[in-house]
Every structure is written in C-alpha cells, then in structure tokens.
Design a protein around this ligand. Structure first.
Ligand code: KG4
Ligand code: ZN
Length: 350
C-alpha cells in the first residue's frame, strides 16, 4: 500500500509518499520560516495563504517519484488537527479534492499521532529498505516525549491506535519557550536552533533560573521559566556580548533539558517501560540528545531519537500513521468523505 500524506497544520506545507512498512518514497516540505521570521512567530492568516500557494506544487513534487503518479496511490492521509484552523483547512480541502477526483479513501490523522509514530519511518538515505542500524526502532510499548513549538507532552504508546497521554505542559510548549526567549534577547526566529548553538559555548551555571514543576509528577510548565529569563533581562539588561548571550542560553537550556529528561525517565519508571522516544522539533536539540543519552544509559533505558527530518513537522509521519489506521481498522474507518458523488454516503467530518 502506498499512502499520500498531506500536512498543513502550522507553518510547513508537506506532502509525502510512504509505504505501510514505513518506507519513505518521497517527503517534500515547503517551509514558511522566512515568511514569519519578521514577526518572531507564526502569523495564522499568512500561514493559510502560503499553504494555498504551496500545496499543489508540493503534492506534485511528492508524486513525481512514481512513474504513474497518483495512479499508484492507494489512499490519502491528511492532518485533521490539532493546528491552525485556516492552515488545516487548506490541506484537508486539497486531500478531499484529490480523493474525489480518483475515488481514493482519505483518512484523517492526528498530528500528534504522526509525531509519536515517526520512529518507524525509514528514509532512502538510510540504505536499501533496512532499518537505520544506529537508531533502531522501539518495540511497543514505549514512552514518548513529544516536544515541539506547539506541544510538550509525555505519552505511553502501546499500539498505533492505543496511545495514552501521561502528562503535558500546563502553559507554553518547550519550543515556544525557546522561541520566546530568543525573541526577548534579539536572536532570530525560530529561536530553538539559535539558542541551542549558542548554548554549546556558554556556562550553564552563569544565570540561576528556577526548575519548573520540579516535584509535580509528569506535569510540565515553561511559561514561568520564560518569565524568569525576562526578569533577568529586565534587571541586568540584555547580554551585550556573545559570551553573555551564550551563558544565558546555556543556563536556560540546561533547565529545559534537565526537566524534560527527568520527567521522561520518571514516566518510564512509573510505567515500567525501559524504552524512550524523543520526537518533535525540540528533539533536534543537541543538549537534549546528549543529556538524554547519558541519563538513559545510567537508568538502563533504551533511547530512540529519529532523524531530524522525521522529528520536525513533515507529511511522511502523517502518511505512515494513516496507513496504520487503514490497516488496523479497514478502509472505511475514520474516513473523511470527500464531497460525495454518492448521495448515500455520509457527509465528511470537515
Ligand atoms: O515539530 P516542529 O517542527 O513544529 C511544531 O509542530 O511546532 O517544532 C518547531 C519547534 C520550534 O519552536 C523550534 O524553535 C524548535 O522546535 N526547535 C528547537 C531546535 N530545533 C527546532 N528547539 C531547541 N533546540 C533545537 N535545536
Ligand atoms: Zn508538530
């Protein structure tokens, strides 16, 4: 089975072809980062319009790897939420129109399920259909930390259709905190990669910052930490030189990373599951990867971190999650019905 995945929940327009075994045949992402950078965050109306311009070229590019294009596709999977409503609608309407024209089934996929199942994607660069030997793939059940610009939460993944939320942020997502701290001290957008890079050169004990939700089960919070950075800047001024910036970034990053890793391991222990997956854009963070690796080794927990292209927003993860839903529940399950030519069919969910 080959599934065409479409993703447009935030600021990346994505289309991908994926087989039901996780093999990625194509994965195209049109990023809107440059469009939103002047505003320091995603502007929803601009995002919707940019998705409209990008969606068909991106889909066509994804299909171009198949000699027969759409004729070889068996189903369409599209992100149905969570996300920006106007942005989601562009992907959903495109998916419906393509499905209607070819009589293909469409399955609606949660963006979060896509992120959580991303470790099973295998990309061409990883060689000849084989699973990547260094990263491996986790057996189920596993604990997953999903940390991105919109979400930060811990899950137990028991099967593709049996996923339990264990704890989540009460306010800002971790990536959002990175982006806001970067904006506060005049770094660019998105802030995560810039703060990460600067943090490598800084002293993590230079600025004392609070550890949010230290004793509180699996709950997380990043808004107070961001405010603590804002207060530090208000009192001492924004760091004037590169070393001062690096010290502040390193101090902030140390707290974020240590809270994320501690809570993740706490979740593994609480559930008796010695397998941890890091996913979402923040899983690209070098500090998080390194600290998680050390802490997992110490705790006897196996760590799985998919390649960055699978962690950040992409349509391959949506296609794969959709393929699994179709296989487990059958073609009519969860189906979004395109504006139907058949008066007997129920109307679509969106
Ligand atoms: O998963 P993603 O591409 O999109 C969302 O679903 O949000 O994640 C984007 C987020 C942004 O907030 C970005 O600053 C953050 O992930 N991010 C990072 C790093 N790379 C991306 N945060 C920390 N360190 C990084 N290296
Ligand atoms: Zn995402």
């Amino acid at each position: 089975m080959i599934v065409l995945g479409i993703e447009s929940s935030c600021d990346e327009t994505g289309a991908a072809l994926v087989r039901e075994d996780g093999r990625v045949l194509s994965d195209v992402v049109a990023s809107q980062v440059a469009l939103h950078a002047p505003y320091g965050g995603v502007v929803p109306e601009l995002a919707s319009r940019a998705h409209l311009r990008a969606i068909m070229p991106v889909v066509e590019q994804a299909l171009a790897v198949l000699p027969d294009g759409l004729a070889r596709v068996d189903a369409i999977a599209v992100t149905e939420g969570p996300g920006l409503v106007g942005a989601l609608l562009v992907g959903i309407q495109a998916a419906k129109a393509i499905a209607w024209s070819r009589g293909l089934p469409i399955v609606g996929v949660s963006h979060l399920d896509g992120h959580l199942l991303a470790p099973y994607l295998t990309r061409p660069a990883e060689g000849d259909g084989a699973r990547p030997s260094t990263a491996g793939v986790p057996a189920m059940p596993y604990v997953a930390l999903l940390a991105s610009g919109g979400h930060t939460a811990l899950y137990e993944v028991r099967s593709p259709l049996d996923i339990e939320l264990l704890g989540q942020t009460r306010d800002d997502a971790a990536g959002e905190a990175y982006d806001k701290v970067a904006k506060l001290v005049g770094l660019g957008y998105p802030g995560g990669p810039i703060v990460d890079r600067l943090a490598q050169k800084g002293d993590p004990s230079a600025v004392a910052l609070p550890r949010p939700m230290a004793g509180r089960g699996l709950e997380l919070s990043f808004s107070g930490l961001k405010t603590a950075v804002a207060q530090h800047v208000a009192q001492h001024g924004a760091p004037a030189d590169e070393q001062g910036l690096a010290d502040l970034c390193a101090s902030f990053q140390r707290v974020v990373v240590s809270v994320l890793v501690d809570k993740s391991l706490r979740a593994c222990e609480a559930r008796g599951i010695p397998r941890l997956v890091l996913t979402g854009g923040v899983a690209a963070n070098r500090g998080l990867r390194a600290h998680a690796r050390e802490a997992c080794d110490r705790a006897g927990v196996e760590l799985f971190v998919p390649p960055v292209a699978s962690c950040t927003d992409n349509a391959a993860m949506i296609a794969y999650a959709g393929a699994l839903r179709l296989l487990e529940r059958g073609p009519r399950a969860d189906e979004i019905v395109p504006y139907s030519r058949d008066p007997e069919r129920r109307r679509g969910r969106m």
